[in-house]
Write a protein that binds this ligand. Structure first.
Ligand SMILES: [Zn+2]
Ligand SMILES: [Zn+2]
Length: 445
């Protein structure tokens, strides 16, 4: 052993750089020559070849190491697993491969007691975050811990992945987490002690998009942190004026996603995207009024909004909403088959504020026939050749639509386009570039 040390370390060095740069043949040759290299680690951080492959997205090498039955849960000096490093660096193919290989998603590092889910949220890799959450549904974690508990898992300082995503200005991660049951009012304090909510941390980070999403999911503007401050004061202190204007308890309340409604929690993906988009648009309209009197100018709306508007005006001849006569019908009420636009649907569902103690909403009924709403689906505009709608056909297709296309699963091309541009993932670009120093996220008085 002793005499092999110098020789071994040069092999090691060769191995680690070959792994880092994806030199598969070299790595294979080195490992065939000395299989023990698999268990070697770097001197200081004790990274294995496995960690280096995951952090650098070297999927072929990672797969080869897994084939050689290396445990996917090796630990480095900071008790980080290869999965954590892949999630940190946004190496989605490695994340997926590790999850398939059964990597444990419930490991905590020794730096801040964080899991792979914290890493994905903190560094803003929405694809990795989504992959880990999907895996959590089917993994043993879901059985032993429960999925909801995993989504709201706390790090060493009490922060959930939602706290980290809000602090680091990652609106797309905030959205995914909320969508998967992250508690919007979770406090870092725990055990009855006050702490910061995701809204406090978003106020500190200064991301309007994160604040919008948290408010739209029912975040409380009046909750106080350990220093007794509401998020509004945190935003003011950090000189995020526009954020403060939205967080000001005296400004108009935003519409809140009516999640307690049964047919809202059962929405299919397509209908959900449409309604969520309508919610964010309605709230942006409110924001304009809030910010009108202030000196804060909002960045111009993202391009996806313009595209949506264009699509709607193009299609508007084919079936105007009979409530507002402004938007095209995109949502169908089942079982009655009546249709209206997403904005009106949302206004109907958000009409009553949920009772804060029971989180109960009075379920709305169909505004046309007063029958109860079993489901909301995306309304389909069907044409014979699935091409642009012939003007001559409009009246007949309009008459037929409400009955005939109730359970139709294939969308018209215009609606597929609509839901594609509406994708929330595309809204996350703004302001997510800079990563603050690790110690900055906790808000200090
Ligand atoms: Zn309408
Ligand atoms: Zn009806």
């Amino acid at each position: 052993m002793g005499q092999g040390l110098s020789c071994g370390s040069s092999h090691e060095h060769g191995l680690f750089s070959a792994v880092q740069f994806g030199e598969l043949v070299t790595v294979r040759t080195l490992l065939e020559r000395d299989p023990n290299l698999l268990h070697q680690t770097t001197v200081y951080d004790r990274q294995s070849a496995f960690h280096i492959a995951a952090a650098n997205g070297q999927i072929e090498i990672l797969s080869m190491l897994l084939d050689r039955s290396v445990s996917p849960d090796l630990l480095n000096r900071h008790k980080q697993t290869p999965l954590m490093l892949a999630a940190m660096h946004g190496k989605i193919s490695c994340v997926q491969k590790l999850l398939q290989a059964g990597a444990n998603i419930l490991m905590f590092d020794s730096l801040h007691g964080r899991t792979c889910l914290h890493y994905a949220a903190y560094y803003g890799h929405a694809d990795c975050l989504q992959a880990i959450l999907s895996a959590a549904h089917s993994s043993p974690v879901a059985v032993s811990w429960g999925f909801a508990r995993f989504v709201n898992i706390r790090d060493g300082r009490g922060a959930t992945p939602l706290h980290l995503a809000a602090r680091q200005r990652r609106p797309d991660c905030v959205h995914i987490l909320l969508d998967n049951g992250a508690l919007v009012c979770a406090s870092t304090g725990g055990y009855g002690f006050p702490g910061s909510t995701p809204l406090h941390l978003a106020a500190r980070g200064g991301s309007l998009d994160c604040i919008r999403k948290l408010l739209a999911w029912g975040a409380d503007r009046l909750q106080r942190d350990a220093s007794g401050r509401i998020p509004y004061l945190v935003a003011l202190k950090n000189k995020h004026g526009a954020c403060a204007a939205l967080l000001d308890p005296s400004s108009a309340e935003p519409l809140v996603w009516p999640s307690p409604l049964k047919f809202i929690s059962e929405l299919n993906q397509e209908a959900k995207v449409l309604l969520e988009q309508a919610l964010m648009e309605a709230n942006r309209e409110r924001e304009k009024n809030i910010l009108k009197g202030t000196t804060y100018l909002l960045p111009s709306p993202s391009h996806s909004d313009d595209a949506v508007d264009d699509n709607i005006s193009e299609a508007s001849d084919t079936g105007l909403c009979c409530i507002c006569f402004d938007q095209v019908c995109t949502i169908e009420v089942q079982d009655c088959g009546h249709q209206m636009c997403a904005q009106c649907t949302l206004a109907l569902c958000c009409h009553n504020k949920p009772n804060p103690t029971t989180a109960c909403l009075t379920a709305p009924v169909c505004p046309f026939c007063r029958s109860s709403i079993a489901r909301l689906v995306v309304a389909k505009i069907k044409t014979d050749n699935d091409a642009d709608i012939d003007i001559g056909d409009i009246s007949s297709s309009k008459l037929r639509r409400s009955r005939r296309f109730r359970n139709c699963s294939e969308g018209s091309s215009s609606f597929k386009g609509l839901s594609a541009v509406n994708s929330f993932g595309k809204m996350g670009g703004r302001g997510s570039g800079r990563i603050s120093a690790e110690s900055e996220w906790v808000d200090k008085p």
